[in-house]
Design a protein around this ligand. Structure first.
Ligand SMILES: [Zn+2]
Length: 301
């Protein structure tokens, strides 16, 4: 017999059972539906939703080196899990990014490899002039800034299992937004990091309210951000409130959606009284704006 034919027969014998087994397996794999946008702008948050007729034993979503285990709720007799993901304008490069979803239902695992393409988004530029000591901090405060960075990094990366946020988020103050997320700032002629939050007009003393229910993971005074409050809303979503005049909560307090957590001010590096709000999603500071305007369905598209 020709050597090639023999090799071919050997291959068929080896792989037929595997192919047959694979076909059989597909038919009993539970149906898990996954919804997510195909594209998202640099710095923009988005959602991933998993739906199943049977209860989930376990779910994990893998995105940009992070593992997200979302809370599951029941809706119309179906099991639904929603996770918030996003990228940070400071560090992300546009391009296709892998999104891996693993779900265990009825003791069986389904793995779905997806892709979200991060597309460039043009953000405006702004030139500002500030006293030079606020742009380049004096040497004596460098240690203080370093310590603050360690604690804020830890707070931004808090994980808790129960999701307490819902969309759209509650607006923290009634005032209009002034500086948008992504703004490229030139301070005293030098390009600085882009603005990774949203500024709201808020005179000194304005009540600042929690954007969702949660737990205060940090409440202290910082060199740049002034009096700051960090609230964990569960499943990797943390809100940050800067330049407060006074605190109305302390670390480890639990808060309700809309609860007053402080009063607006101009503490830290601020040119005038306002509220700076940032939202950390899986440790990335994303654009908060779509989370106040968008519904769950809009953030899945
Ligand atoms: Zn700001």
């Amino acid at each position: 017999m020709n050597r090639y034919i023999r090799i071919m027969i050997l291959f068929i014998c080896l792989f037929m059972p595997v192919i047959g087994f694979a076909e059989k397996k597909i038919s009993d794999v539970p149906v898990v539906t996954i919804a997510h946008p195909a594209r998202a702008g640099v710095g923009q948050p988005f959602l991933v939703r998993l739906t199943s007729d049977q209860a989930f034993d376990r779910i994990s979503i893998h995105w940009m080196g992070r593992v997200v285990v979302p809370s599951v709720s029941q809706w119309n007799g179906r099991h639904v899990a929603v996770a918030m993901l996003g990228t940070d304008v400071l560090t992300i490069k546009a391009g296709p990014k892998a999104l891996l979803v693993r779900a265990w239902v009825g003791g069986k695992e389904t793995v779905q490899q997806r892709k979200v393409t991060i597309v460039d988004k043009s953000y405006p530029r702004q030139e500002l002039t500030l006293p030079s000591k606020m742009v380049t901090p004096p040497a004596k405060v460098l240690e203080r800034i370093k310590g603050e960075r360690v604690r804020t990094q830890k707070a931004k990366n808090t994980w808790s299992d129960q999701r307490l946020w819902r969309l759209p988020l509650h607006r923290p103050v009634g005032g209009k937004t002034t500086s948008a997320y992504g703004l490229q700032r030139i301070l005293n002629g030098k390009p600085k990091n882009p603005h990774r939050g949203l500024d709201f007009r808020a005179p000194v003393g304005t009540a600042v309210e929690a954007i969702a229910a949660g737990r205060v993971v940090l409440a202290e005074s910082h060199y740049y951000a002034g009096n700051s409050v960090y609230i964990d809303h569960g499943n990797g979503v943390i809100s940050l409130y800067f330049h407060l005049n006074t605190f109305e909560v302390a670390q480890w307090d639990t808060v309700k959606r809309g609860q007053v957590i402080g009063r607006a001010g101009r503490t830290g590096r601020a040119t005038g009284p306002h509220l700076h709000l940032s939202v950390s999603v899986q440790g990335q500071l994303v654009d908060p704006a779509p989370l106040f305007d968008g519904t769950t369905d809009q953030l899945l598209r």
